[in-house]
Write a protein of this length. Structure first.
Length: 196
């Protein structure tokens, strides 16, 4: 699902209610269990980074996928989870009502430990390597460019509310201004004559 959201919160708000709740639970669990991760939106995915991309979360039409950068961690837990694609290092969730958050939390915590070990060794995979592993094509995942539209000035609200055309509304406003001007001039003349 390609999105134009620039924040994870906006991404979640755009989702149908069942997926919004499930995704919010996983996002919250990642933030809680992987202290220090940075959350962002890229390639239409919710990205979580710790010394480079660590997790990506995607909402499909009838599923949700959690991509994990630490491939070995996913392999260790593949027997405990249904929907694990060990070749692409992701977990697909189809039943939003039965998310195995306890197992996913173990994967998240172990991934953080593995990432910190990799950071000390200097062997962190690049974003390009992870996108290749996860089979995400950069150009296919790019959000569509924003459409710029020019907007014509709107009619006065009172004229539109009464169903008066813009031209008629403008003509009426001009007439009222002239009438107000004449009334002001007449009132000023009367005040001057009263003073004399």
């Amino acid at each position: 699902m390609i999105t134009t959201a620039t924040t994870v919160g906006a991404y979640l708000r755009d989702l149908p209610p069942d997926r919004r709740v499930a995704m919010a639970r996983v996002c919250s669990m990642i933030r809680r269990s992987a202290r220090g991760v940075r959350e962002s939106m890229r390639y239409g995915l919710a990205f979580y980074e710790l010394d480079g991309p660590l997790f990506a979360l995607e909402s499909g039409r009838r599923h949700m996928s959690l991509y994990v950068a630490e491939h070995e961690v996913v392999l260790r837990h593949k027997e405990a989870l249904a929907g694990v694609n060990s070749a692409r290092s992701f977990i697909r969730f189809s039943d939003f009502n039965r998310l195995p958050l306890d197992v996913v939390e173990k994967i998240v915590r172990e991934s953080v430990v593995a990432r910190r070990a990799r950071a000390s060794n200097g062997s962190i995979p690049t974003q390009a390597e992870l996108l290749k592993l996860w089979a995400i094509k950069e150009e296919a995942a790019q959000a569509p460019q924003a459409v710029t539209r020019s907007v014509a000035p709107s009619a006065p609200k009172a004229a539109v509310a009464r169903g008066v055309s813009v031209k008629r509304g403008a003509a009426r406003a001009a007439t009222l201004r002239r009438a107000n001007g004449k009334a002001s001039a007449r009132g000023a003349a009367e005040r001057r004559s009263a003073r004399s």
